[in-house]
Structure formats: structure tokens, C-alpha cells
Ligand binder design. Structure first.
Ligand code: G3P
Length: 219
């Protein structure tokens, strides 16, 4: 499973990249807005920190403008993957520009049927939102399982990018379901390290070691 960081914050990206386990980045207009820097500048900075696929999302909603924005974003860096919403215009843009070699992440996917559209359009990634389905009392993880099964049934090359993951449990469940990628807020990536028995075990190892050698030195 590839790990992407779901943030546009450079400090979080530097910390994550420093651990050596971050394979890419996803952003969206809300995350870019939070940083207060125009998308093109921020995406260039992100590309300089993380060497992997970087999703940059269009804000146009109409096909003609979306195509223009997609081309502009794709030109920023070879690692940019253009993110478009799962709408008629988004799917049409994906189908059209995929033929030119531009890579797409089709986002805001909430049903298995929608995920089939993304695959048929030639998207590199589809982003089903787990947490937002859970928020409305639907089973977000079941959607990941369904899409993985359907893509396997037909040999679709589109990768399932599990998004809106809110906890370490979500990450493990998405991996079990077969998601190719999980995109994690920095907080969730950080939480993945934690286990009380790891802390307890390490504490004991160090105490035993120190005690043995202190005793040896005292003899
Ligand atoms: O990548 C999509 C993700 O940012 C959505 O997460 O927690 O806002 O539903 P959330």
C-alpha cells in the first residue's frame, strides 16, 4: 500500500518525508486555501519536498475551463496528477486528456458505479471518501471493498486511493480491503506509530540493559 499525505502544509510534508515512508501527496482546494498561497506556487514547493505523485485539483466546473486548468496544472511538474471531481465534466476531461498522457485522480467518489466511470475514462487514481460516508451513517469501507473487487474483475488499471481516512484503524481496514493507496492527514500518519506495548517494551529493554551494565561496572 502506498502512503500519500493529505495536506498542503509544507512543515507536515517535510516531517513526513523525513520518515522515508511517504510516496506522494494529495491536496484539494480546501487544503490549499488553508495555506493561503496560490495553488501553482504551493504545488511547486510540494514537488520539491516529496518525490512522488502530487495531486493538484482544478476549481473549474465546466469542461472547457477544466481542460485549460488541467493542462496548466500538469505543466507544473512531471509528478503532478490532476484532480477532478466525479462529475460529467470531470469524467469528460479525464477521458479526453488521458489520451495526451496527462494523469488524473478522480475525486469525490461515493459509489461503486461512479468508480466504474473513473476507470473507463482512464483515470490513474479514483478517490472514494471513506470518512464522509461514515459521517452519514453509510459504510465507507464497504465502498473500498466493492471498488477493489470490480476493478479486479475487469482488470482496470485505475488505482483505488482511499481518502477521507480519519484513524489508524481506517488505514489498516483500507489496506485489508486492497486499496492501492491510502491518503492520510499528517495526524493519522503520526498516530500509526503509537502502541502502548511498544513504549512499555522499549522502556523495559533499556532498563534491563542499563541495570546489567551498571552492575557490571560496579563490580
Ligand atoms: O482527500 C480527501 C480528504 O481530504 C477528505 O477528508 O476528512 O475532509 O473528509 P475529510
Amino acid at each position: 500500500m502506498k502512503f500519500f499525505l493529505d495536506t498542503a502544509n509544507l512543515e507536515e510534508l517535510r516531517k513526513g518525508a523525513d520518515w522515508g515512508i511517504v510516496d506522494g501527496v494529495t491536496t484539494n482546494p480546501s487544503l490549499i486555501a488553508k495555506e493561503g498561497i496560490p495553488i501553482e506556487d504551493q504545488i511547486r514547493r510540494i514537488c520539491a519536498i516529496v518525490d512522488g505523485d502530487i495531486s493538484a485539483e482544478v476549481v473549474a466546473t465546466k469542461y472547457e475551463e477544466m481542460v485549460g486548468e488541467a493542462r496548466q496544472l500538469a505543466r507544473l511538474h512531471k509528478n503532478v496528477v490532476v484532480k477532478v471531481p466525479l462529475t460529467r465534466d470531470g469524467i469528460k476531461t479525464t477521458a479526453q486528456l488521458s489520451k495526451e498522457g496527462i494523469r488524473f485522480n478522480v475525486t469525490l467518489c461515493f459509489s461503486a458505479g461512479q468508480a466504474i466511470l473513473a476507470a473507463k475514462a482512464g483515470a490513474t487514481y479514483v478517490s472514494p471518501f471513506v470518512g464522509r460516508l461514515d459521517d452519514i451513517a453509510q459504510d465507507g469501507m464497504e465502498l473500498i471493498r466493492q471498488i477493489c473487487t470490480i476493478y479486479k474483475n475487469y482488470g482496470f488499471g485505475t488505482q483505488v486511493l482511499a481518502a477521507s481516512l480519519r484513524s489508524p484503524l481506517h488505514v489498516a481496514q483500507a489496506a485489508l480491503a486492497g486499496a492501492h493507496v491510502g491518503t492520510l492527514p499528517f495526524k493519522v500518519l503520526d498516530q500509526l506509530f503509537n502502541h502502548p506495548l511498544t513504549d512499555k517494551g522499549l522502556d523495559q529493554f533499556l532498563k534491563d540493559y542499563a541495570k546489567a551494565f551498571q552492575e557490571t561496572a560496579a563490580r
